[in-house]
Design a protein around this ligand. Structure first.
Ligand code: NDP
Ligand code: 2IT
Length: 445
């Protein structure tokens, strides 16, 4: 496989799509040997086919503010690959959303979903709409207008969206309501639904819980445990909340959380009431991080800074892509961090990943670590198909087993001769093989 030629062609076709090109290069670098050992992948054009999405829908979303102003946002659905199951992946509402970001997320989702052991293809969608500061009515009107277009191209057996940044239970409710009205059916077309109308228990917690289950498996390879360890987390959204909760359950201490404006360092640990308090702030649409330091004077707010300067045993970035750079990685390693588990999608820059691998610390890439979210979405789809609900313990048990299985796949494909587990390679190879073999079976499409 001529990696540089493939990347050169892709860059020429999609100039400036930096996140997408970054994600493709990372996967191709990991699988180059496997592709070279399997010439039938090359002769079937698997690489050229797997790096481009099947199709992309782009549409405008007009909506009315409470004061009567007309607004127009841009929205997308990237259907990347459905070789192993219906397209599946979240929707992101954030002002930074563009095609490059959604293509990178859709591409990552293909391999992540393959790792989950469940039959799901990869997709991603969203809009440059900013939910911050909007009223519930405005969010509802936006979601309804968004679904007025999207409903034509999704379906329970075709393409099943879910949440991501800026899309949680409230947004899924409004989106689902509109879909149901248009399609005249009550079906598992979205995941992350409310518990009384088709949702699964544990789905809200699943990405964070799964990330901690995965980190626990990583630590166990070194004879280490979560109990007594200190954790630096970024973000305080859905993923960080679930992770913080589970770290506390396992006896770890969460030292930091962050927002776009800075981070909080709480030397006494963020647990119990403090997590509840953050949930309250979040629900009130306020700036979520700073007020914490007023409520809990033992904590300090560091304006404009990122949590990676704090001494910790384990770091779990849970905010957004490229939020942890080379310097941050060097800081973490220097301060004795032994494990970095990516709760977010692609939060570490390529240079940061290199630092982790060179220093042989445990490094888990997002597509393995945060796969618990979409796995539990897959479990929600199973429950919808069977028209029944599993109890929380059942879902959690399955989630836990899936995370163990993903870890095992990474160990199988990523263990080097010197015994170091390269989870990046392991996850990419394991995820790739299943999709590539399915594509071979199904012919050139
Ligand atoms: P949320 O919208 O619930 O939370 C996002 C968090 O990141 C918030 O704390 C937000 O702060 C912060 N944030 C957003 N943009 C930035 C930025 N530019 N700089 C610093 N902080 C920022 O999203 P999720 O928790 O769902 O998603 C977080 C990450 O996890 C994303 O990478 C997502 O793709 C990934 N992920 C999510 C899954 C899920 O099931 N939800 C599954 C797998 C991965 P604020 O609110 O102040 O803006
Ligand atoms: O990045 C992700 O895996 C998600 N946002 C969850 C996708 C899903 O379909 O549950």
């Amino acid at each position: 496989m001529d990696l540089e030629r493939i990347m050169h062609n892709l860059e020429k076709k999609h100039p400036g799509e930096s996140e997408y090109l970054q994600a493709v290069r990372e996967v191709l670098e990991s699988i180059v040997e496997v592709v070279n050992e399997n010439p039938h992948f090359e002769s079937a054009g698997i690489i050229e086919r797997i790096i481009e999405p099947d199709r992309i829908f782009v549409f405008k979303v007009p909506w009315l503010s409470d004061d009567g102003t007309v607004n127009v946002n841009l929205a997308y659905r990237v259907q990347f690959n459905n070789a192993i199951g219906p397209y599946k992946g979240g929707l992101r509402f954030h002002p930074s959303v563009n095609l490059s970001i959604l293509k990178f997320l859709g591409f990552e989702q293909v391999f992540k979903n393959s790792l989950t052991t469940l039959p799901m293809g990869g997709a991603k969608g969203g809009s440059d709409f900013d939910p911050k500061g909007k009223s519930d009515d405005e969010i509802m009107r936006f979601c309804q207008s968004f679904m007025l277009e999207l409903w034509r191209v999704i379906g329970a057996e075709t393409d099943v969206p879910a949440g991501d940044i800026g899309v949680g239970g409230r947004e899924i409710g409004f989106l689902y309501g509109m879909y149901k009205k248009l399609a005249r059916e009550h079906t598992g077309v979205l995941t992350g639904k409310g518990i009384n109308w088709g949702g699964s228990l544990i789905r809200p917690e699943a990405t964070g819980f799964g990330s901690v289950y995965f980190a626990r498996e990583m630590l166990a390879t070194k004879g280490e445990d979560i109990k007594g360890k200190t954790f630096a987390l970024s973000g305080f959204g859905n993923v960080a909340w679930g992770a913080a909760t589970k770290i506390n359950d396992f006896g770890g201490k969460v030292l930091t959380i962050s927002g776009p404006d800075g981070y909080i360092y709480d030397p006494e640990g963020i647990s119990g009431d403090k997590i509840e308090y953050l949930l309250e702030l979040r629900a009130s649409n306020q700036d979520i991080v700073k007020p914490y330091s007023y409520e809990y004077p033992e904590a300090k707010f560091y304006q404009g800074k990122r949590p990676w300067e704090v001494k910790c045993d384990v770091a779990i970035p849970c905010a957004t892509q490229n939020e942890l750079n080379k310097e941050d990685a060097e800081n973490l390693v220097e301060n004795g961090c032994i494990c970095v588990a990516e709760g977010a999608n692609m939060p570490s820059t390529p240079a940061a990943v290199e630092v982790f691998l060179e220093n042989k610390i445990l490094f888990g890439p997002g597509k393995a670590v945060n796969a618990g979210g979409v796995s539990t979405s897959g479990l929600e789809m199973s429950q919808n198909s069977m028209k029944l609900n599993w109890p929380a313990e059942e879902v959690d048990k399955r989630l836990h087993q899936i995370m163990k299985d993903i870890h095992q796949a990474c160990v199988e494909y990523g263990t080097r001769e010197d015994g170091y587990i390269n989870y990046v390679k392991g996850a990419n190879i394991a995820g790739f093989l299943k999709v590539a073999n399915a594509m071979i079976d199904q012919g050139v499409l």
